[in-house]
Design a protein around this ligand. Structure first.
Ligand SMILES: Nc1ncnc2c1ncn2[C@@H]1O[C@H](COP(=O)(O)OP(=O)(O)OP(=O)(O)O)[C@@H](O)[C@H]1O
Ligand SMILES: Cc1cn([C@H]2C[C@H](O)[C@@H](COP(=O)(O)O)O2)c(=O)[nH]c1=O
Length: 211
């Protein structure tokens, strides 16, 4: 089976920027096809759920309803895009997956990790990523980047108070320590080019057979 690789990190850590550069490097070097996708979303119905979740006017969305919507979007995307691609021998790179729910809903919303893991086990069964690359940045730096460079595109989650984003970063770091070698951390204060090269090297070391 080809690998399922996820990219994680707090808002503004540089996931979108990293993925863009990494995908062009990978396309030159991989011997198998590559599918790039994202959560929430990645396929038509899941994208509709994304629009509901991230709409800045949906300020009344209940935290547990939000967690369930992320899990529903995840299930839909997993069944209709990720698993079929892996079965066809494609490498899947996904911008966010279940670790985001643990960090944002479990820690950020303070729902608790056990409940989030339970609803996500129902959603994903045993389909965990083979590798997760975590971009480590403080909440303050990530939100600063977004406010300075992308303030016209701030979604409902981006607009949360800084304490929420700090809990998200703490949550990621605690959860990563329990995840063993599935999660590899990259220092996201580096230049985009240095981060892309480091991510490429991590993937080459872990999955030499796809190059
Ligand atoms: N390594 C970097 N150093 C400095 N600025 C960066 C770096 N990578 C990305 N940026 C800038 O930070 C902002 C956020 O980057 P990007 O959209 O890639 O982050 P993201 O992790 O995808 O954010 P989100 O989770 O909110 O979608 C952008 O304006 C981008 O140009
Ligand atoms: C998958 C997932 C995402 N989130 C949050 C994280 C971000 O703030 C938004 C998605 O926006 P992006 O620009 O595509 O990163 O949603 C979350 O809270 N829980 C999740 O499971």
């Amino acid at each position: 089976m080809t690998p399922f690789i996820t990219i994680e990190g707090p808002d503004g850590a540089g996931k979108t920027t990293l993925i863009k550069g990494l995908v062009s490097l990978l396309k030159e070097q991989l011997t198998v096809p590559l599918v790039l996708t994202r959560e929430p979303g990645g396929e038509p119905l899941a994208e509709e759920i994304r629009d509901i979740i991230l709409d800045p006017t949906h300020t009344q969305l209940d935290p547990r309803a939000e967690a369930l919507l992320y899990a529903a979007s995840r299930r839909q995307h997993l069944m209709n895009k990720v698993i079929p691609a892996l079965q066809q021998g494609q490498v899947v790179i996904c911008d966010r997956f279940v670790d985001s729910s643990v960090a944002y809903q479990g820690y950020g919303r303070e729902i608790g990790v056990e409940g989030i893991i339970a609803i996500n086990q129902f959603a994903i069964e045993d389909h965990m990523p083979d590798l997760t690359i975590y971009l480590d940045l403080t909440a303050e730096e990530g939100i600063k980047r977004i406010k300075e460079q992308r303030s016209n595109e701030m979604n409902r989650l981006d607009r949360e108070e800084i304490a929420f984003h700090e809990r998200v970063v703490t949550g990621y770091r605690v959860a990563n320590q329990k995840a063993g070698d599935r999660v590899v951390t990259i220092d996201a204060t580096q230049t985009p080019e240095a981060m892309q090269q480091e991510a490429l090297n991590i993937i080459k070391t872990r999955f030499p057979d796809i190059f």
